[in-house]
Design a protein around this ligand. Structure first.
Ligand code: HC1
Ligand code: SF4
Length: 574
């Protein structure tokens, strides 16, 4: 510990603290823009490039950036002098001088950190006019919109992509006003190893990285009276969308959200959770088969599209071990178009499936050409939680005052097991619940597998089911996934099953969720919301969902059977 003084207050802080961390212990707020400290995923953006956090240190001629200057014994710091405030304003004014000032029509309007710091610092005028960095917009991917003219070179995206996700799709290129953070050789993002996980979007402070906006597409589909427009909602959306309307993270707003979707004019409001139950029927069947025959182990979950793209690029030698199951929202699309539409006497070509997802990679996934049946795409349009929030606002609804309503049936009923898909560890727990019943003939002593829950990026557990001891691993964040996959490649893994989600925290921390600014507490609250829904359900195991049972009886036959394979399973490509 060292003794320091901040704004005349004496305190003791750990010797490895920065000025910024020390000030936080006194609740002194120093503005920052490039800095980001995501303790839970060990990501600290250390570039100190924006200099919006400069402070005065006694005995030092120059101002010091608080985020990167370590404390020392006897240090005397002033954070609120006119000199430091003026310098901060100058730094931010310089950033604004090289920034398109189209805030009113920017997708990040009211959520932009540059906008906020400018207001907080009382900047009323930009004194510096001159050269600007202008770059073409990159819309080469179906998921991410990249406008480098709005980039402030904070490098958060680069740190996230390279250090946390270990994808290395982004790095700093060129010099001076030509400096840009992007793929090597200025390649279009859509043609790179980018997984579209959207974690760069989640940490970008400005509108430089945002999702491809599909809101207009959905409005147009809703206006087309020749179409039956069906919407499905992912498990993680209902515990986060309330944040866009001022509610606490984790607030469960399923009923209001369903009413909002009905008001928007969707013909049917269904639940991705139904298809998560279906996924478990298929995946647990595959898992049991592979464990009993001791072949192709470990089985890897396959519902996260960014994770799928990651292993296709990075581990092409291991393409036979992920489960062949499509992700739940794709299964949902296939079942809607080839089972529900038939039941309702509608031509599948006249059905439009819209997915509301916490994820930007789902936009890319829906465009994968193999995710179709009989020439009909499984899913037509994907919007994120944030885009649904915008649609609700555009329609002028007072979300908080909406009554609750229920999902439509038959594709709106689901178990608690499906709901926990939304958080890290949930998919494997859901699979274990059903696998345990099938392996023991129903002699189970528990439904909750607390040993696979948690927020750590890499976890493992041994789960006993009857005489079997199953070694399970869970990774969230692609860097953690890489660690597991490298061990498998080296033959060092003794796992039976592994769940992988690309985003820290799982889908609750998806790149399309309300911005959480790296606050782990927000993710924890969303996870609590997910588990609270599970606990409140009368059915908590996927195979007990009566509509799933009907679906197999009426249409699919057996899990893993011929029809199931045609509609619900897929292939991976190098
Ligand atoms: Fe997910 Fe999934 S859990 S991938 O995180 O398997 O996006 O929420 O919808 O498809 O069910 C996302 C969430 C989601 C799928 C399911
Ligand atoms: Fe990297 Fe993910 Fe962003 Fe692609 S979407 S650039 S993989 S962080």
């Amino acid at each position: 510990m060292v003794n320091i003084t901040i704004n005349n207050k004496e305190i003791q802080v750990p010797a490895d603290f920065t000025i910024l961390q020390a000030a936080e212990t006194l609740n002194i707020k120093i503005p920052t823009l490039c800095h980001l400290d995501l303790h839970n995923i060990k990501m600290v953006n250390k570039v100190a490039s924006c200099r919006a956090c400069v402070v005065e240190v006694e005995g030092r001629r120059n101002l010091a950036p608080a985020c990167s200057t370590p404390v020392y014994e006897g240090m005397k710091i002033k954070t609120d002098t006119i000199r430091s405030i003026k310098a901060r304003r100058t730094m931010v004014e310089l950033l604004i001088s090289d920034h398109p000032k189209d805030c009113l029509v920017c997708l990040k309007n009211q959520e932009c950190e540059l906008q906020k710091i400018s207001a907080d610092l009382g900047i009323k005028q930009v004194h510096y006019e001159g050269e600007m960095s202008l770059f073409p917009v990159d819309m080469s991917s179906k998921a991410i919109y990249r406008d480098s003219s709005k980039c402030i070179l904070c490098r958060r995206c680069e740190t996230m992509c390279n250090e946390v996700q270990t994808v290395h799709a982004l790095s700093g290129l060129d010099r001076g006003f030509d400096t840009v953070v992007g793929p090597a050789f200025h390649a279009p993002l859509g043609e790179t190893v980018c997984t579209f996980c959207g974690q760069c979007v989640a940490v970008c402070p400005t509108g430089a990285l945002v999702e491809i906006d599909n809101v207009s597409k959905v409005w147009n589909e809703l206006a087309d009276k020749s179409k039956t427009v069906v919407v499905q909602v992912a498990p993680a959306v209902r515990v986060a969308i309330g944040e866009l309307f001022g509610l606490e993270p984790g607030a469960v707003v399923t009923g209001k959200m369903v009413t909002a979707l009905k008001n928007l004019g969707f013909s049917y409001v269904f639940d991705t959770n139904f298809a998560a139950d279906l996924t478990i029927m298929e995946e647990a069947h595959e898992m049991i088969n592979r464990i009993q025959n001791n072949k192709k182990l470990p089985i890897l979950t396959s519902c996260c599209p960014a994770w799928v793209k990651f292993f296709e690029h990075q581990f092409p030698d291991l393409l036979d071990i992920p489960s062949s199951c499509k992700s739940p929202h794709e299964m949902f699309g296939a079942i809607t178009k080839h089972y529900f539409a038939k039941k309702m006497n509608i031509d599948p070509k006249d059905v439009v499936v819209v997915s509301v997802m916490p994820c930007v990679a789902k936009k890319y996934e829906a465009e994968r050409p193999e995710l179709e049946y009989g020439g009909v795409k499984d899913v037509d349009v994907v919007i994120t939680t944030r885009e649904l929030g915008r649609m609700i606002k555009e329609a002028g609804m007072n979300f908080l005052m909406l009554e609750d309503s229920e999902y439509d049936n038959p594709l709106g009923e689901s178990s608690g097991a499906a709901q926990i898909f939304g958080t890290t560890g949930g998919v494997i727990e859901a699979a274990l619940r059903t696998a345990a019943v099938q392996l023991t003939g129903g002699a189970i002593d528990k439904i909750d597998y607390n040993e696979v829950r948690g927020m750590e990026g890499l976890r493992e557990a041994t789960v006993e089911i009857g005489d079997l001891k199953l070694n399970i691993a869970i990774a969230n964040g692609l860097g953690n996934a890489r660690t597991l996959l490298e061990n498998i490649r080296k033959g060092k893994s003794n796992y039976h099953a592994i769940e992988i989600m690309a985003c820290p925290g799982g889908c609750i921390g998806g790149g399309g969720q309300p911005y959480h600014h790296g606050d782990l507490e927000i993710l924890k609250e969303r996870a609590k919301g997910v588990y609270a829904i599970d606990q409140s359900q009368s059915i908590r195991m996927s195979h007990e969902n009566p509509y799933i049972q009907d679906l197999y009886k009426e249409f699919l036959g057996e899990p893993g059977g011929e029809m199931a394979h045609k509609l619900l399973h897929t292939k991976y490509f190098e």
